[in-house]
Design a protein around this ligand. Structure first.
Ligand code: FAD
Length: 381
C-alpha cells in the first residue's frame, strides 16, 4: 500500500488526505494543534459557531471545489456584506454609490455619480487606481478621498507598512462600484457549512485509511538527511505533504520569512445584535482592523440573546509561539522562499502545499483546488 504523511489538518491537508485515502493510500496526518481544521477550526458557544482563527466565508467559482466539499457538509446560502465605520457613519464596502451618498453632501454626490455613470456606465466597477489618474479633477479628488478613507489607513494597519511598500498589484485590483450592489463577493457559489467548518473537516478525515495524530510538531518527527527524509528516526519513502512554514521546519537555515500575525480578541455581549453587518471594517481609526459578529455569518436564525464578536489586531510575526497568518510577499522574501524550495526539491517525495507551504495568501477554495491537483499528481506518480 502506498503511504503518505501529511503535516497539517487544515483544508489543504484534509483534502489530500481524503482523496489519497480513497485511492488506496495509507494516510498519516499530523498536526501541532490539539484540534483538526487549521485556520477554519470553529466551536459552538452560546449556540453560535465561533471561528477561532478569524472570520471565514466560503466563496468560489469552481464547480469542482464546491462539489468536492459538498460531500462533507450541507450548506446554507450566504451572501456576505461588509460595512466600514467612518467615525460612526456606516458605509458599504466595496465603496459603491450608497457609500458616496453617505459621505458627500447631496449636490456633490449627485454630480460625482453623474460623471461616473456617464464615463463608465451604470453597474460597472472601476479600479481605484484608474480613478486616481482620471483627467477630470472632480473624479481625481473623489478617488483620493476614497483611497484615504477606505484603503490607506486600513492597509497600513493591516500590513504595518505604507501602501508604497506593498505589491502594487494589490491596490490595482481594488474596485469602486458604480452601482448599489452591496455584495462583497461576486462568485457563483457563496455558502457556509451548516454544521460548521470543523464538522466538515472531521467528515473529510473520517476514513479507514486515515490516521490523525494531534499535538505533534513536524520538526520533532521529520528530518532531512543526505540520503533522504526520516520520519520518527526511520528513513521513509512515503510521500510527504507539508502544509506548514518551511523556514520554521528547516530552522531558518536560509533566513526567516516575514509574516503578519493577528491577535484576536473575542467578546460576548448580552444583546441580540452588536453591529449592523457581519463584518465592520475600521478604516480611519482604531487599532483593530475589523469586528466580525459570528451569529450573522456562521449561524443564521440562532435563538440566542447573546452575541459573540472578534476584533482583529494585526502585528508583526516575531516568534514561533505566534501563528504566521499572512506571508509578506516582496522581492526579498520570495528570493528567500525560493532557496527553501530549491533545497527541498532534492527530495522528490517532499511536497509543499497550502497557504504556508506555498508562502502565498490563498482563499479556502484555492487551498482545496491546489490540494486536488497535488493528490492527482501523486495518484498518477
Ligand atoms: C484571518 C483570516 C481570514 C480568512 N478568511 C477567509 C475567508 O473568509 N474565505 C476564504 O476563502 N479564505 C479565508 N482565509 C484563508 C484560509 O484560512 C486559508 O485558505 C486556509 O486556511 C488554508 O488552509 P491550509 O490547510 O493551507 O492552512 P491552515 O488552515 O493554516 O492549516 C495548516 C495546518 O498545519 C498545521 N501545521 C503547521 N505547521 C506545522 C508543523 N510544523 N507541525 C505540525 N503541524 C503544523 C497547523 O497547525 C494547521 O492546522 C482567511 C485566512 C485568515 C488568516
Amino acid at each position: 500500500m502506498k503511504k503518505v504523511i501529511i503535516v497539517g489538518s487544515g483544508l489543504s491537508g484534509a483534502t489530500c488526505a481524503r482523496i489519497l485515502a480513497e485511492n488506496g493510500f495509507k494516510v498519516k496526518i499530523i498536526d501541532k494543534n490539539n484540534h483538526i481544521g487549521g485556520n477554519v477550526y470553529d466551536e459552538k458557544e452560546e449556540g453560535i459557531f465561533v471561528q477561532k482563527y478569524g472570520p471565514h466565508i466560503f466563496h468560489t467559482n469552481s464547480q469542482e471545489v464546491y462539489d468536492f466539499l459538498s460531500k462533507y457538509t450541507v450548506w446554507f446560502p450566504f451572501e456576505h456584506q461588509v460595512l466600514a465605520n467612518i467615525k460612526g457613519v456606516y458605509i458599504p464596502v466595496p465603496f459603491n454609490l450608497d457609500s458616496l451618498h453617505a459621505l458627500y453632501p447631496e449636490n456633490q454626490a449627485n454630480e460625482i455619480e453623474a460623471i461616473l455613470v456617464n464615463e463608465y456606465g451604470k453597474d460597472n466597477k472601476v479600479p481605484i487606481m484608474e480613478l486616481k489618474q482620471h483627467s477630470n479633477p472632480i473624479i481625481r479628488e473623489f478617488a483620493d478621498f476614497v483611497f484615504k478613507t477606505i484603503f490607506e489607513h486600513y492597509t497600513t494597519k493591516q500590513w504595518g507598512r505604507s501602501i508604497e511598500q506593498l505589491d502594487p498589484n494589490v491596490m490595482k485590483r481594488v474596485p469602486v462600484y458604480i452601482s448599489r450592489n452591496k455584495n462583497y463577493f461576486t462568485d457563483k457559489f457563496q455558502y457556509q457549512p451548516a454544521n460548521g467548518y470543523t464538522k466538515m473537516v472531521e467528515n473529510m478525515l473520517n476514513h479507514q485509511n486515515i490516521d490523525v495524530k494531534l499535538n505533534t510538531e513536524a520538526k520533532d518527527v521529520l528530518s532531512f538527511r543526505d540520503d533522504g527524509i526520516y520520519f520518527e528516526n526511520e528513513k521513509t519513502d512515503a510521500e510527504i505533504i507539508f502544509c506548514g512554514a518551511i523556514d520554521n521546519l528547516l530552522d531558518n537555515k536560509f533566513g526567516r520569512l516575514p509574516y503578519r500575525t493577528l491577535n484576536f480578541v473575542y467578546e460576548t455581549y448580552e444583546m441580540e445584535s452588536y453591529q449592523p453587518a457581519p463584518v465592520v471594517n475600521y478604516t480611519v481609526d482604531m487599532e483593530f482592523t475589523r469586528i466580525s459578529e459570528f451569529k450573522k455569518f456562521t449561524t443564521p436564525n440562532v435563538k440566542s440573546d447573546k452575541t459573540i464578536i472578534v476584533k482583529e489586531y494585526p502585528l508583526e510575526y516575531e516568534n514561533e509561539n505566534q501563528i504566521p497568518y499572512y506571508p509578506i510577499a516582496n522581492e526579498n522574501s520570495l528570493n528567500t522562499y525560493k532557496k527553501y524550495v530549491d533545497f527541498v526539491s532534492q527530495y522528490p517525495n517532499f511536497h509543499l502545499l497550502g497557504r504556508l507551504g506555498n508562502y502565498k495568501y490563498i482563499n479556502m477554495d484555492i487551498a482545496v483546488s491546489d490540494a486536488i491537483k497535488l493528490s492527482q499528481k501523486l495518484i498518477e506518480k
